[in-house]
Ligand binder design. Structure first.
Ligand SMILES: [Zn+2]
Length: 440
């Protein structure tokens, strides 16, 4: 409606007669929906200039000549136990059309409704004629039944999800999670941060005020609306002046995080294979034994932990011993290949089916903390050997996980350079200056 027409219509008393109900009408199409007058007669619309009062038909006359049809859209969120016919009846779909829908439902999406799905019926009223039925399975995927001259037509509708890279940086004042959430990052994303850098940073003990991190991560959009966050693609963490960088990359079968130089952030061994409360006895080749009061080397490290705390395999390997050993009590030994073995002693028990010869993977629970054998309290005695020589588990150089092949590395390096550049290009001035000061 043009402005002059609108102002005239507001002045014309005859106009109020033409308002015959609310709702989105299929006609007339040229009127703006936000106009103060909801609808008018077709005569007025086609006539152009405002007609005389005498030319305006009465509302009753209008109904007869041209029954106004409203397209009403109603949505039902499916609950457990909702049946198709009952739900469609509730939405106003008649039984004849339900039967027609079922005839074309070859994928049987309507006959296998699930709680959480949404059914939207668009019905022309008062004719009570279903125009379109939409079953929304997810935000991305819908099943659409549209009325045509040949009955209903089924269509699977996929709404493409757009993935964009977002950037965030956080300076830690309280804790990684508190400051991260305040910066608008989700718990899930923050858990990814600790997971990526856990090999280099002990997040329970090492993180301090002033540490900071920067992330490039995926955000998923549908029709311009953010619906999810995805993976961290590149990240930097500055811990106590040490800068760590991680780039997500698929090398062969595995997707993992790598340094800019292509080293896996993941190590071949977990540093401490139990969630311990404290180190109750250090590795010490000249220790005075607490029970025998003689100089007996302590060939491992003791981690105090409550009885039955799970003990994990420090790395991938094969069980070479399960059972009781004098002094050690219940013990597991794992052979990791290439000369590496680990030993776990004073265990309260083993996981089911843990037998010699079985393969175990890094982080897999193999046993539970106890105090069997010569032990003064519940703890895990843990040994780390390379080619038979005892090493201090707390300080031994732990090798990186299996490196990339030469071909993978050739493909990775230029990719990593681009992402690293993009990450640095996104830094705030404060973040860049902080990094520059560390470099000096
Ligand atoms: Zn010990």
């Amino acid at each position: 409606m043009d402005k002059s027409l609108l102002s005239k219509s507001l002045l014309g008393a005859s106009f109020t007669l033409l308002v015959v109900g609310a709702g989105l009408l299929l006609w007339p199409t040229s009127w703006q929906s936000n106009a103060p007058v909801a609808q008018s007669s077709p005569t007025r619309q086609s006539a152009g200039p405002i007609a005389d009062k005498a030319d305006v038909p009465s509302p009753e006359h209008l109904q007869e000549r041209n029954q106004p049809q409203t397209l009403q859209s109603t949505t039902a969120l499916l609950q457990a136990g909702d049946s198709l016919s009952r739900t469609l009846n509730r939405l106003g779909v008649n039984n004849r059309q339900i039967a027609e829908l079922l005839q074309v439902d070859e994928e049987q999406v309507l006959s296998s409704l699930k709680p959480g799905q949404r059914l939207t019926a668009e019905i022309l009223t008062p004719a009570n004629d279903l125009q379109r039925l939409t079953l929304s399975e997810t935000r991305e995927q819908s099943h659409v039944f549209t009325q045509t001259d040949q009955g209903f037509r089924y269509q699977l509708q996929i709404t493409p999800m757009e993935t964009l890279l977002a950037y965030k940086e956080v300076v830690i004042q309280n804790s990684l999670f508190v400051d991260g959430v305040n910066a608008g990052l989700s718990d899930k994303l923050l858990a990814q941060v600790t997971d990526i850098f856990r090999w280099d940073i002990d997040f329970a003990l090492d993180v301090r005020k002033g540490d900071r991190f920067a992330l490039l991560f995926e955000e998923k959009y549908i029709d311009g609306e953010k619906v999810a966050t995805g993976n961290i693609i590149a990240a930097q963490f500055v811990n106590n002046g040490r800068v760590f960088e991680a780039i997500r990359y698929q090398a062969g079968e595995r997707t993992d995080y790598f340094t800019r130089d292509g080293l896996s952030l993941r190590r071949a061994f977990i540093r401490s294979p139990v969630d311990f409360t404290r180190v109750s006895s250090q590795f010490n080749p000249n220790r005075l034994h607490p029970i025998f009061k003689t100089t007996r080397p302590h060939q491992g490290v003791d981690y105090a932990a409550p009885t039955n705390t799970p003990v994990q395999s420090a790395g991938d390997g094969k069980v070479s011993f399960v059972g009781e050993m004098k002094g050690y009590g219940n013990t597991v030994i794992i052979d990791h290949g290439q000369g590496y073995t680990t030993l776990y002693a004073h265990l309260n028990g083993f996981t089911d089916n843990l037998i010699a010869g079985r393969n175990v993977s890094q982080g897999e629970t193999i046993a539970y903390v106890g105090q069997t054998g010569w032990a003064t309290g519940p703890h895990l005695h843990y040994e780390f050997r390379i080619n038979g020589a005892y090493k201090n588990p707390e300080t031994v150089d732990i090798p990186y996980d299996s490196p990339m092949s030469k071909e993978e590395l050739m493909a990775f390096l230029p990719y990593a350079q681009i992402l690293s550049k993009r990450l640095r290009g996104s830094h705030s001035r404060g973040f860049s200056e902080y990094l520059a000061r560390l470099d000096r």
